[in-house]
Write a protein that binds this ligand. Structure first.
Ligand code: F3S
Length: 426
């Protein structure tokens, strides 16, 4: 790898032994992927994936402390993934004890470390850090050192920033050094599509189901998606961005997509069009039957498959303000149709602390509360990491949550029916 004079000096120890190790880690990481140089990070803020003080992560806490003690901290402030616990989310006494004393017992200490490393404040805990109410929104062309897959695919695809699918800890290393290895999605060549996806459905496809189908087919390749103009148009409105947020999270978790282009919609597809497609690329046609096939093949991990769900999560990735308002109206209407006042399955909507604050200033907040839906800043995946919660019958409209846990996936309309009208899982 060709290093600049400054980078070579840091590697030799000009900024101390710990900083030299940080640089060495980045060089080794880059070498592994054939990078020929390190390039400067240009975003204003970073985003970290490790938000949780999981007891077994002692080496991470030790590493963080070493970085802090040796002054190897980044000038770059950061947001971080959602907190793993929230008293508002239903849990029995035993589950709460396991969270507090066995799983996330280091949460307080870890958050103190994050503050010393540059946490943007108490509101910084969310995976949807690019929303207006959070403010960590990179510009087109910015070079990032992020690792949260749902945020990274959004930044690359919808914002036109450049970021590889880094692992946790590598995100911190890049941010501290101020450089990342130049390879993959940072390069023009790496951003070219190896797949054309032809969407030929008769109605707007469910974002998280379409993302799942594409992710499972293309895995880590870049897809160029056509056929969505009639459903999404050509402008990145709030509603379209929310759709792309959920869609992208499913491509990134059901496969390993770090970047997608959507014809006439996402910034690079608008600028470069079909020039983004590599020669001899593969083609995947998605119609109604294909989406149905994908959905039917999801494994059902519940022990008692036909029993009533015990909990419902909506908002993975975290919901936007507009999504919260829309869901409030949908739940109200659903309950009215069913002749009920409250949801019949304990239901948690999750959103960033800043979005929750903005939502509480609207008339919708009391209306949602009246339906019995709980609003939380938690990460549902962290909640289900607790073995006692993981064995619960959880339903969700998140294909990311389905992939990593035993939660059962339903489309948004199906979720609405279940929480407002009840009934067993089918
Ligand atoms: Fe966000 Fe946690 Fe889901 S980080 S995407 S709410 S798994």
């Amino acid at each position: 790898m060709r290093l600049t004079q400054e980078q070579r000096e840091i590697l030799k120890g000009s900024k101390g032994e710990t900083m030299a190790k940080v640089m060495k880690t980045l060089v080794m990481y880059g070498d592994t992927f054939g990078a020929d140089k390190l390039v400067p990070i240009t975003s204003e803020y970073n985003h970290l994936v490790t938000s949780f003080g999981l007891k077994m992560m002692t080496p991470v806490f030790d590493l963080m402390q070493r970085l802090i003690d040796d002054g190897a901290v980044s000038g770059q402030k950061f947001t971080v993934d959602p907190r793993p616990m929230d008293k508002a989310v239903p849990a029995n006494l035993l589950q709460k004890m396991i969270f507090k004393f066995f799983m996330y017992s280091k949460q307080g200490d870890y958050e103190e470390q994050l503050k010393k490393l540059g946490l943007l404040g108490d509101s910084a805990f969310t995976c949807a850090c690019y929303l207006d109410q959070v403010g960590n929104r990179p510009k087109q062309g910015d070079i990032l050192s992020w690792a949260e897959s749902s945020a990274e695919v959004y930044a690359n695809s919808v914002l036109g920033a450049r970021c590889n699918r880094n692992s946790g800890i590598m995100d911190i290393m890049g941010s501290i050094a101020g450089f990342v290895p130049y390879f993959g999605l940072l390069t023009d060549e790496g951003r070219k599509a190896k797949w054309i996806i032809k969407v030929q459905t008769t109605k707007q496809p469910e974002a998280q189901l379409l993302g799942s189908a594409i992710g499972m087919k293309v895995m880590e390749d870049v897809p160029y998606i056509t056929g969505m103009k009639k459903w999404l148009g050509t402008e990145l409105t709030d509603a379209v961005c929310a759709y792309l947020k959920d869609f992208g999270a499913a491509t990134a978790s059901n496969g390993a997509v770090g970047l997608y282009h959507m014809e006439e919609l996402t910034p690079e597809a608008k600028e470069q069009g079909a020039a983004l497609i590599q020669e001899n690329c593969k083609v995947y046609v998605i119609d109604d039957a294909e989406l149905e096939r994908v959905k039917k093949n999801y494994p059902i991990m519940w022990k008692r498959k036909n029993r009533k769900p015990e909990l419902c999560f909506v908002g993975c990735p975290h919901m936007s303000l507009q999504q919260l308002k829309n869901w409030t109206l949908r739940v109200e209407r659903g309950l009215q149709d069913a002749g009920r006042k409250k949801v019949c399955i304990p239901t948690v909507f999750t959103a960033a602390p800043g979005v929750i604050r903005a939502f509480s200033d609207t008339e919708y907040a009391q209306r949602l509360e009246a339906t019995g839906v709980i609003l939380s800043y938690i990460c549902p995946l962290m909640y289900m990491n607790n073995p006692l919660c993981g064995s619960m019958r959880v339903i969700t409209s998140s294909n990311k949550l389905r992939t990593y846990t035993s939660a059962r996936y339903y489309t948004e309309d199906e979720i609405l029916t279940k929480i407002t009208k009840g009934g067993k899982a089918k």
